[in-house]
Design a binder for this molecule. Structure first.
Ligand SMILES: Nc1ncnc2c1ncn2[C@@H]1O[C@H](COP(=O)(O)OP(=O)(O)OP(=O)(O)O)[C@@H](O)[C@H]1O
Ligand SMILES: [Mg+2]
Length: 336
C-alpha cells in the first residue's frame, strides 16, 4: 500500500447485541441493542483521527470490531486489507491496541517481563524489538519502572507502560480507547506528545477515542462523532465547534432536580443531569443577565461558565439538528 491508501475501511458496519432482561419474576424478554448502526468511514494511512461520542455511543464496540474481538452483525470492514474477525491473528501483528479502562499487561510481572512476552508472542525480530523498546523507554520515561510489577504502577505509569507494549511489534495502526482517562495533567501531556511523535515519525495510523476534547485539539485534525451507533459528524474540530454555533455554556446547579429551565432570553437548556443543567448562549454575549434571570426564578446553588466540552458539544449538535434532547431517565445510555 502507498501513503494515502485507506488503511481502515468501514461500509455500513453494524453490531447488534441481544440482551435478556428480566420482565417480572420469572419471565425474561429478549431485547436488541444496536450498538453500532450502519457506520461508514475511511481512514487513510498515516492519519490520526479522533473518534468521540457520549457514553454508550458505540466507540468501544467499533474498536473491538476493528481488532476482530467482536464480529460485526452487518456491513463490511477491512483493516490493512484484512477482515479482522476472519483473520484476527494475522491482523494482530499489524495493529496495536490500548484500552485505557483495563491493562493488557501481566499484572504480577515486572514491566520488562511483560514486554519480553509481547516480543515472543509476536515474534518481533531482536533488532526491531530493541530499537522500539529503547525509544519507548526514553520518550515515555519508563526506565525507572521496568523492574516494577504492573500492579504496583500508578495509573499514569501503567498507561505509559501499556502504550509501549502496544508499539513494540511496529504496528501500522494503533487503536487507543481512552488512553488519557483518569490521568493527571502532566501524564496526559506526556502521553499526547508521545502519540504525536509516533504518528509523525513512524507514520503510524491512529484511531483515538477520548472524552477529553484537549486530546482531540492537540492531536487530531479530523474528528468523527458517533452517537447512538451512528456517525453524526466527520470533519475538523473547527467544523464541530461551528456546528455548536460558537456558543458557550452556563452550567447551573439547582437546589433540586427540576424540569429543563425555560424562558431565559438568549439561552436554551441543552442538557439536564439531576439538579445540574446546561444552558447554551452566544459566545459573544455576557452570562450576567442569564445568571440574573435564572437566579430570579430558580433555586440557584452554584454556577460556572464553560467552553463546550465534548458531551455538551454533541448535545448541542443534536439539539441544533432537531434531534431528541437527552434527559436522564428516558432510557438514553448517555444518562447517568
Ligand atoms: N457485550 C455487550 N452486550 C450487550 N450490550 C453491549 C455489549 N457491549 C456493549 N453493549 C452496549 O452497546 C452500546 C455501546 O457500547 P460501547 O461500549 O461501544 O459504548 P462507548 O461509546 O464505548 O461508551 P463509553 O464512552 O461509555 O466507553 C451500549 O448501549 C452498551 O450497553
Ligand atoms: Mg468505551
Amino acid at each position: 500500500m502507498v501513503p494515502g491508501d485507506p488503511l481502515i475501511e468501514l461500509d455500513g458496519v453494524e453490531k447488534v447485541f441481544t440482551v435478556r432482561r428480566r420482565a417480572g419474576r420469572l419471565r425474561r424478554t429478549k431485547h436488541e441493542v444496536r450498538a453500532v448502526d450502519g457506520i461508514t468511514f475511511r481512514v487513510p494511512r498515516g492519519e490520526m483521527v479522533g473518534y468521540i461520542g457520549p457514553n454508550g455511543a458505540g466507540k468501544s464496540t467499533t474498536i473491538k470490531m476493528l481488532t476482530g474481538i467482536l464480529v460485526p452483525s452487518g456491513g463490511r470492514l477491512r483493516v490493512a486489507g484484512i477482515d479482522p474477525a476472519r483473520e484476527r491473528t494475522r491482523l494482530a501483528r499489524r495493529i496495536g491496541v490500548v484500552f485505557g479502562q483495563r491493562t493488557t499487561l501481566w499484572w504480577d510481572l515486572p514491566l520488562k517481563d511483560s514486554y519480553e512476552l509481547v516480543r515472543r508472542m509476536y515474534r518481533v525480530p531482536d533488532a526491531v524489538y530493541r530499537a522500539n523498546l529503547a525509544r519507548c523507554v526514553e520518550l515515555l520515561e519508563l526506565a525507572p519502572l521496568l523492574d516494577v510489577p504492573v500492579r504496583q504502577l500508578s495509573l499514569g505509569q501503567r498507561m505509559r507502560g501499556d502504550i509501549a507494549a502496544a508499539l513494540l511489534h511496529d504496528p501500522e495502526v494503533l487503536y487507543l480507547d481512552e488512553p488519557t482517562i483518569g490521568l493527571d495533567v502532566v501524564s496526559k501531556a506526556k502521553v499526547r506528545s508521545f502519540l504525536r511523535e509516533v504518528n509523525a515519525d513512524r507514520g503510524t495510523t491512529v484511531l483515538l477515542t477520548t472524552h477529553d476534547l484537549t486530546d482531540i485539539e492537540q492531536l487530531c485534525r479530523r474528528v468523527m462523532v458517533i452517537d447512538h451507533g451512528r456517525l453524526v459528524h466527520d470533519g475538523d474540530l473547527a467544523g464541530l465547534r461551528a456546528a455548536a454555533d460558537g456558543e458557550r455554556m452556563l452550567v447551573v446547579d439547582l437546589a433540586r432536580e427540576l424540569p429543563p429551565i425555560e424562558g431565559v432570553p438568549g439561552a436554551r437548556t441543552v442538557k439536564v443531569e439531576g439538579p445540574r443543567q446546561w444552558l447554551a448562549f452566544p459566545a459573544t454575549g455576557s452570562a450576567a443577565p442569564l445568571v440574573a434571570a435564572v437566579a430570579d426564578r430558580y433555586p440557584l446553588v452554584d454556577l460556572s461558565v464553560r467552553e463546550p466540552d465534548i458531551e455538551a458539544l454533541i448535545a448541542e449538535l443534536y439539539a441544533g439538528g432537531g434531534a431528541a434532547r437527552r434527559e436522564p431517565g428516558d432510557g438514553d445510555p448517555a444518562a447517568p
